[in-house]
Design a protein around this ligand. Sequence first.
Ligand SMILES: C[S@@+](CC[C@H](N)C(=O)[O-])C[C@H]1O[C@@H](n2cnc3c(N)ncnc32)[C@H](O)[C@@H]1O
Length: 287
Amino acid sequence: MFKPTVESKNIPALFSPEDVKTFYNSNTDKFLEVYGEVIQAFRTKDVKDYLDYTIQNAELKDGQKILDAGCGVGGPASYFASQLNVDIKGITISDYQAAKSKEVLSGKALKGSVEITVGDYHKIDKIFGEHVFDRILFLESFGHSSDQNLLIEKAFHVLKPGGILYIKDLFKREHPNEEDGKKIDNIIDAINKAYSYNVADFTEVMKTIRRLNFILLFVKTPEVATEQFEHLTISNDFQNLFDIGRIITWDNYVFPLDFYEIKVMKPPFDINKEKHLYFLNRPEEVS
Ligand SMILES: C[S@@+](CC[C@H](N)C(=O)[O-])C[C@H]1O[C@@H](n2cnc3c(N)ncnc32)[C@H](O)[C@@H]1O
């Protein structure tokens, strides 16, 4: 049975899974109207280019079993399964999104399969079992978590040895100086409240990843060509249209976020039985 190895050291989250569920049950139609079926702020003008980039960077391949944790209405999952013969399980906290995903899926010709479950991704070990997935994806969904250390542990247990955890999300910027730091904190606070988010602390996330002995494959800002980058226009439009986290003035605004991709591999052997071993940077994939 899975037991978390340490208590979460995160500052208690403002928003619980129940809050997030309420948020998406009330606002998914608004997201669909402005974002379409891919609910991600950092994207390309043609969002398919961004999903192709995700396929490449998360190394999604035929034959894999993939967990899309925080899958929205299934836009990304259905795109991946239209390109590849993969078996994707999606999980969303919102029953409204799960119902909408049926429409999204019915319009696509799939090479693989997509099955969407309503549930809390903090319980994926109970829902899906341990050592099941080749890939776990969090695509702008990780920061909703009310216990991010626990969530990474759960992902570790649910991955097969040699499986990859891929997180694409926004992280709070470090304070460049005291004055800008206060502005960053205030804006992050407003974002959290507007979106029922708990914007992640990159250092805390990396500490947990390293404590669990995940193998770090890369951390980087998504590499999108400037002419393809969507410049966060959709998210600004969304905020203005629906008055969700609307920015009243850009005077003195300090951009508060870093967008990162984090890609890590669960060691292909049991680190607790083989403590004397050091792993290669990139061992051959087991799966
Ligand atoms: C910004 S949307 C991103 C959706 C999707 N990844 C996409 O790219 O379209 C965040 C998603 O995370 C899901 N989520 C947030 N907290 C969750 C939880 N505790 N359990 C399961 N899903 C959760 C929400 O239901 C929503 O689908």
